[in-house]
Design a protein around this ligand. Structure first.
Ligand SMILES: [Zn+2]
Length: 98
């Protein structure tokens, strides 16, 4: 069965942003402490990492919404195939037929 949607994983996105910020901090901390060649190599690796094609749309979503047999329902499950976070939500309510 195919997914209803592949969303950007919020945890993987946050982890990537943290990783890139750490790379920038590492480079800044090395300024003036290493050779120019070593510093350029750090910057080259950071640029390579920053421009790498990383698929963050790893959060599989499956959902249903509708009315069945007099009840409104929502069913949602989502989970990331990389970091493993999950979320689910279900709600059912009788329709007001008054
Ligand atoms: Zn993830």
């Amino acid at each position: 069965m195919s997914a209803d949607n592949w969303a950007e994983c919020p945890k993987c996105k946050r982890d990537r942003e943290t990783k890139l910020a750490k790379l920038d901090a590492d480079i800044a901390s090395q300024y003036g402490k290493v050779t120019v060649e070593a510093f350029d190599e750090l910057r080259r690796r950071a640029t390579e990492e920053r421009t790498a094609k990383i698929n963050l749309h790893t959060f599989r979503e499956d959902y249903e919404i509708g009315v069945y047999d007099g009840e409104f329902y929502i069913s949602y499950t989502g989970g990331c195939s990389v970091c493993g976070i999950t979320h689910s939500f279900k709600h059912e309510a009788k329709l007001d037929l008054a």
